[in-house]
Design a protein around this ligand. Structure first.
Ligand code: ARG
Ligand code: ZN
Length: 884
């Protein structure tokens, strides 16, 4: 563990590589603690290198045991190369192209960091992004070195009957004695090392085929643990939908004979887009009505699509360097969001994407971990797989779409694929394609990539009844962020309308600002005024429709006007947004109200009226109604409050408000709950999932009343559930309250699912999210449970992650015990898996917004972590958090 201040890598220091590697032949003999990797590389000078004269060849390598090294077939003398902890340097390589043959040993069994080759429940698998390939062999482990790979894998037939690598299968056979076998794979598409992957193990395939638009047949296989085959069908259907969608929407066709997906149980992230061999966290592949919730089904569909879409946005066109991560991630998230929007309800998809952005990215962007969508410096690149790079990165692509419009957007994407296929490129290259097809100037827009922080739009609308005119001023407030004190104004597309008395959109002439098209304006200055003429009645503004930019809007708007928008806004996204904003500000208002009971009565009536009105509207989808019924969470309210946050106070206000809304709406909710048709046969499609979501949202709001008959209803919901969506919803509700049936249900769930490692994660999570005061002790006890495993990231996320990130009330205990617990766990996990440990530390990202007592305690816990011998990953995170 290196704890000294490691040197950051800077975007400004980027230089093309001095050498290129054109082809790689790997021979990997799999064995638990001694896997032998023989690598043959063809190497040549890079004509574009800036270096002159004698240049050493420095290859990256970590945790490798070097067995031998030969150049052009001759063993290298020890004096002609140097090896240290992170590299192998050939001191005076030839000027002409040459071959290198390097043999290294690696230890999959001892690999708890889950980077490079490791074992997951007996399956050999690999994770290379970002820099794991250097834990397999010495290499130029950087994304701008593209090589053609041929891979031979060898293993025991018994333990690893399945042997997979990237590309197409070439040959396989058994070896003398018949106990061992091998397989050879070849990937014709040059790729960076981070896309390399292998799998060896005893797995069962689910097979299908896909015929591409040009008529080629592709073999599709999803490999899962024996006995779980029936749970892979949804993932397979999702894959085929994604393949078709990418053809129709973007003209992108698949380019190999096979597409393989493997599900493994130990995985640091969600999934990985390795060329032709995607490796997935099994949580994002396996689903059946009995074991997976609707939201599991939804994530499977979108992540399978996401990884598939990377084949073009990431693999065929990759990143020049890791600073450009959003080039592939932001764009691919945008693509998977659009895919889900097309398959499901576009409005509900947008609501859930915006919820996620606000819940995860806004706090990051407004705290000590803020960084630009394209960072300019990093210590550990794995710390930058963040909501900012992914989700805000997707919002930036969406704004480009809004600015140039759908046709030009498609033309820009077509140009990007045509111009850069097979290359490793930058954000500038990407943006240039849209500038070229549209003629628009993206110079100012580029600030979205270089400035961190969430812009705040302070808006004000005035109306002159006599002159029948209105004026809207929009002021950009750009608070300083770490490393960025002064900021320049952004180019911000604002989708908007002014609504008349009956909610109709006024058809108005605008002066000022920049008009993109009807209903879409843009601002580019610190302050912009729009003047509207012929405004016959006092208008109500509907701003930032569809969340047209990742900003916050501050505007004084009366409860009356918000209620009007909740009922009448023709933009359904904004109708939800208004109702959410209204609920949030009502709860914040209760925090220091002198007479909270009188206040809550008035505030909750308005919301209940709007919700009732929506519930009775037969034009609206169930899934949309469900979103309306989901009140903002304690964390949402804490984020909006933004300073001197006291979670206990927020929790009480939140409970009072939800209970009152539940009471006011009880008749409608009860009849909705009783009459919503139950599943005859489970189907995970959007319509059926929406129906379940609405019924479950009604159950939650009814339960907020806290009466004994409400708890009885939750218990009955659990007992009668015919699918995991309903069972899990009831489990989480009951685990959160001191209801008489609580322990029985937890016990019942455990007994039923103790042999299913994925379902049991829901049992851990249900307990960890409970706001009951004893939860910290319970979480500590669960850390010693026989089914809890600190080396399995899914277990850590389910128990410790849910407590720290999904239980704001109890994590932020006034006595700081939550912070101390997390610090202890981070230190423990860091010894095994630095990437996961650093991620858990993210739970502290908003500590500066806490009231002084909690803030001091959180800071003390962070300081304790900083003082311990920790990984580079954790070191970077705590230093950024503690910096002033
Ligand atoms: N590229 C993967 C994705 O689809 C994520 C890989 C993250 N890996 C990591 N070590 N940080 O989003
Ligand atoms: Zn991705």
């Amino acid at each position: 563990m290196k704890s000294e201040n490691p040197k950051p890598v800077l975007l400004a220091d980027y230089r093309p590589p001095d050498f290129l590697i054109d082809s790689v032949h790997l021979d990997i003999v799999l064995a638990p603690s001694k896997t032998r990797v023989t690598s043959k590389l063809t190497v040549r000078r890079n004509p574009d290198s800036e270096a002159t004269g004698k240049v050493p060849l420095r290859l990256d390598g970590e945790l490798l045991k070097l067995e031998s090294i030969a150049l052009d077939g001759r063993a290298l003398k020890p004096s002609s190369y140097r090896v240290d902890d992170t590299s192998l340097t050939i001191l005076a390589p030839p000027k002409e192209p040459f071959t290198l043959e390097i043999v290294t040993l690696v230890n999959p069994k001892g690999n708890t960091a889950l980077q490079g080759i490791y074992l997951s429940r007996g399956v050999y698998c690999s994770q290379c992004e970002a820099q794991g390939f250097r834990r397999i062999t010495y290499f130029l482990d950087r994304p701008d070195v593209l090589a053609e790979y041929t891979v031979r894998l060898e293993a025991d037939i018994e333990t690893a009957p399945i042997l997979l690598a990237n590309g197409n299968p070439v040959e396989r056979g058994t070896l003398s004695g018949g106990e061992r076998h091998y397989a050879i794979w070849h990937d014709p598409h040059p790729k960076p090392s981070y896309l390399f992957a292998i799998v060896g193990g005893s797995l069962s395939p689910v097979a299908s085929t896909f015929t591409t638009q040009s008529g080629r047949e592709v073999d599709l296989r999803i490999y899962v643990e024996r006995g779980k085959e029936s749970r892979a069908h949804w993932a397979m259907e999702s894959l085929k939908r994604a393949m078709r969608w990418d053809e129709v929407k973007f003209g992108r066709e698949y380019d190999l004979d096979v597409f393989n997906i493997v599900a493994v149980s130990d995985f640091n992230m969600g999934a990985m887009e390795n060329k032709g061999l995607n490796i997935f966290n099994d949580r994002l592949i396996l689903a059946s009505p009995q074991t997976a919730t609707d939201s599991n089904y939804e994530s499977i569909e979108s992540v399978v699509a996401h990884e598939y879409f990377h084949n073009w946005t990431g693999n065929r066109i990759t990143c020049r360097d890791w600073f450009q991560l959003c080039l592939k991630e932001g764009l691919t998230v945008y693509r998977d969001q659009e895919f889900s929007a097309d398959l499901r309800s576009a409005t509900v998809q947008r609501i859930s994407d915006v919820r996620q952005l606000k819940a995860l990215q806004f706090p990051e962007d407004q705290g000590p971990l803020a960084h630009p969508v394209r960072p300019e410096s990093y210590v550990e690149i794995n710390n930058f797989y963040t909501p900012t790079v992914y989700e805000k990165g997707a919002e930036v692509v969406r704004m480009i779409h809004t600015i140039v419009g759908p046709e030009k957007f498609r033309a820009g994407m077509d140009l990007y694929f045509e111009r850069h296929d097979g290359q490793a490129v930058t954000i500038e290259d990407f943006i240039a394609c849209f500038a070229d097809v549209s003629g628009a100037d993206f110079t100012q827009f580029h600030r979205w990539y270089s400035q961190s922080g969430t812009p705040e739009l302070v808006c004000d609308l005035s109306y002159d009844r006599r002159k029948k005119s209105a004026e809207l001023t929009v002021h950009q407030v750009l608070k300083p962020s770490p490393g960025k004190a002064k900021k320049q104004p952004y180019f911000i597309p604002i989708s908007m309308a002014l609504l008349g008395e009956n909610g109709q959109e006024m058809d108005l002439e605008v002066e000022g600002g920049i008009k993109i098209r009807d209903g879409v304006m843009a601002v580019s200055e610190r302050t912009t005024s729009f003047k509207f003429k012929g405004v016959s009645s006092r208008p109500v503004p509907s701003l930032l429709r569809g969340f047209s930019a990742p900003v916050t809007v501050t505007m004084s708007i009366s409860d009356q006007d918000l209620a009007f928008l909740m009922h009448h806004d023709s933009d359904l996204f904004n109708r939800w947004q208004s109702s959410n904003a209204y609920a949030t500000r009502s709860i914040i208002g209760l925090l220091d109200a002198k007479r909270p009971n009188a206040m809550v009565a008035a505030k909750s009536s308005k919301l209940a009226d709007a919700l009732r009105y929506a519930l009775r509207d037969s034009e609206l989808d169930d899934s949309y109604k469900a979103e309306l019924l989901k009140l903002p969470s304690v964390a949402d309210v804490a984020r909006e409050k933004a300073s001197r946050v006291d979670h206990a106070g927020i929790f009480d206000a939140h409970r009072l408000f939800s209970r009152t809304v539940g009471e006011k709406l009880a008749d409608d909710l009860e009849s909705l709950y009783a009459n919503a048709s139950r599943d005859k046969k489970f189907s995970p499609d959007a319509k059926n999932a929406g129906r379940r979501a609405l019924r479950n949202a009604a159950l939650t709001l009814l339960t907020a009343r806290g009466a004994s008959e409400d708890f009885a209803r939750v218990e009955a919901h659990y007992r009668k559930a015919s699918n995991m969506t309903d069972a899990c919803h009831a489990l989480f509700l009951i685990a959160g309250v001191d209801a008489p049936g609580r322990l029985d249900i937890l016990e019942d769930f455990f007994e039923r699912w103790k042999d299913d490692h994925l379902v049991i994660d829901m049992w851990f999570a249900a307990q960890a999210q409970s706001p009951r005061p004893s939860v910290l002790d319970e979480v500590k006890a669960l850390c010693r449970h026989p089914l809890f495993k600190i080396t399995t990231p899914n277990k850590v996320r389910a128990l410790i992650g849910t407590y720290a990130l999904g239980n704001p009330l109890q994590f932020n205990r006034a006595d700081g015990a939550g912070y101390d617990f997390l610090a202890d766990k981070v230190l423990e996990i860091d010894q095994l898996n630095p990437q996961v440990a650093a991620r858990m530390l993210g739970a502290f990202r908003s500590y500066r917004a806490l009231e002084p007592g909690r803030k001091g305690l959180a800071r003390a816990a962070l300081k304790r972590v900083a003082a311990a011998p920790i990984s580079r990953d954790c070191h970077e995170i705590v230093s950024r958090m503690l910096e002033d």
